[in-house]
Write a protein that binds this ligand. Structure first.
Ligand code: FES
Length: 310
C-alpha cells in the first residue's frame, strides 16, 4: 500500500505529524520521499526507505522522533508539482489521494537558470567595460539638450525707424544658429518693437519691472517699466507663425496672425483667436544714439505659461 497524503506519521516511539506532500522519482516513477509536517516544527523530507508499514490511516517509520526531527528541513523551491512538468504517464503508478505531489526541479531548468544568471552576469560585466567607452559618445549626443541659452545682445537697428507711438514696427535681423549636430547656419528672424505710451506700458508691465532669467534662474536682464520701448518675439504664441501689424475694421490697429487669426492689441494682449497667452516680450535696451539691442528668445508655442526653448 502506498502512503496517503494527510496520513498520520508515527515513529518507533511516538506520533510526529502527518504527510503533507509526496515526492516522486521521475525515472522510476515510484514514491521516493514523504514530506512530513512535524506538528508545527517545520517540514522534513523522509526517504521512503524509512517507512516500515503503511495502513489506511498511518505511516509507520523505523526511525525515532528525534531522528526524524534531525533530518534537514524540506526545501520546497527544489521541487515542482506534477502539473508543472510534462512527464508522460508519471501518475500511472501513483495511488495517493489527490494533493501536492512533487518531482525534483528538472536539471535542465536548473541549468537554464544558471545559464540565465551567467548571461546576465556577462551583460553586467560588458556594461562596466563599455560604459567608460560609451560615456564620451553619450555626452556628445546629449550636449545639445543641456547647452545653455545664448543670452548675447543682438543689434537690430535704430529707433529712428519707428514712426508712431503704440504702433508695431518690424525689425529684421540675422542670427547664427547651431541646430544639434548640424553645421552652424545663419537664419533671418524678426521682432516687433513699439514706442509705447504710458497706458500701453502699464498694460504690459502692470506696474512692475520685468525680469528675464537664464536656465539656472539667474536674472540676466530687467526691462524697466518706465522705459518706453517694448520688444515682442516675432513668433505667435499659438503655434509659432509670424504675425503682422494690421488695421482691423472694428478693433483698429492690431497684431494679426494670419495662421489661425489670433489678434493682439499693442500691449500684446489677446483680443481674439486661439492664442493661449499674450505676445512674448523680450529683453530690450536702446542706446543714447537710438541703437536697439535685444536678447533673442523663443518660447514653447501653444502653452498658457511661458517656457523658454531658445
Ligand atoms: S499660429 Fe498664430 S494664430 Fe495660430
Amino acid at each position: 500500500m502506498q502512503p496517503k497524503l494527510k496520513s498520520k506519521v508515527r515513529c518507533a516511539d511516538q506520533e510526529v505529524g502527518d504527510v503533507t506532500k509526496i515526492i516522486m522519482d521521475p525515472l522510476t516513477r515510484e514514491i521516493s520521499h514523504l514530506v512530513v509536517s512535524l506538528n508545527g516544527a517545520g517540514e522534513r523530507q523522509v526517504a521512503i526507505g524509512l517507512v516500515q508499514a503503511v495502513t489506511d490511516e498511518v505511516v509507520q517509520l523505523r526511525s525515532s522522533a528525534s531522528e526524524v526531527s534531525a533530518l534537514p528541513p524540506f526545501k520546497r523551491d527544489e521541487y515542482v508539482t506534477l502539473h508543472e512538468v510534462e512527464i508522460p504517464h508519471i501518475e500511472d503508478h501513483l495511488h495517493v489521494s489527490p494533493g501536492e505531489v512533487l518531482v525534483p526541479f528538472p536539471e535542465l531548468e536548473k541549468s537554464v537558470k544558471r545559464r540565465t544568471f551567467f548571461a546576465n552576469l556577462t551583460h553586467v560585466i560588458g556594461l562596466f567595460i563599455g560604459l567608460p567607452l560609451a560615456f564620451p559618445v553619450l555626452k556628445y549626443l546629449m550636449k545639445p539638450m543641456y547647452a545653455p541659452f545664448d543670452n548675447g545682445w543682438l543689434k537690430i537697428g535704430n529707433i529712428g525707424k519707428i514712426k508712431a507711438d503704440d504702433a508695431g514696427t518690424q525689425f529684421k535681423f540675422k542670427r547664427k544658429v547651431k541646430e544639434a549636430y548640424l553645421p552652424e547656419a545663419e537664419i533671418e528672424k524678426n521682432v516687433w518693437i513699439l514706442k509705447a505710451t504710458p497706458a500701453v506700458l502699464e498694460k504690459v508691465y502692470q506696474g512692475k519691472d520685468m525680469e528675464f532669467r537664464d536656465g539656472t534662474g539667474k536674472t540676466i536682464w530687467t526691462n524697466k517699466k518706465d522705459v518706453p520701448y517694448i520688444a515682442f518675439s516675432g513668433k505667435c504664441p499659438h503655434l509659432g507663425c509670424g504675425f503682422k501689424w494690421r488695421q482691423h475694421k472694428v478693433l483698429g490697429q492690431v497684431f494679426l496672425c494670419p495662421c489661425h487669426l489670433s489678434i493682439y492689441d499693442a500691449a500684446g494682449t489677446v483680443l481674439d483667436g486661439p492664442a493661449p497667452r499674450p505676445l512674448d516680450p523680450l529683453p530690450i535696451q536702446v542706446s543714447a544714439s537710438g541703437e536697439v539691442q535685444i536678447i533673442d528668445m523663443e518660447f514653447k508655442a501653444g502653452t498658457k505659461s511661458q517656457t523658454r526653448i531658445v
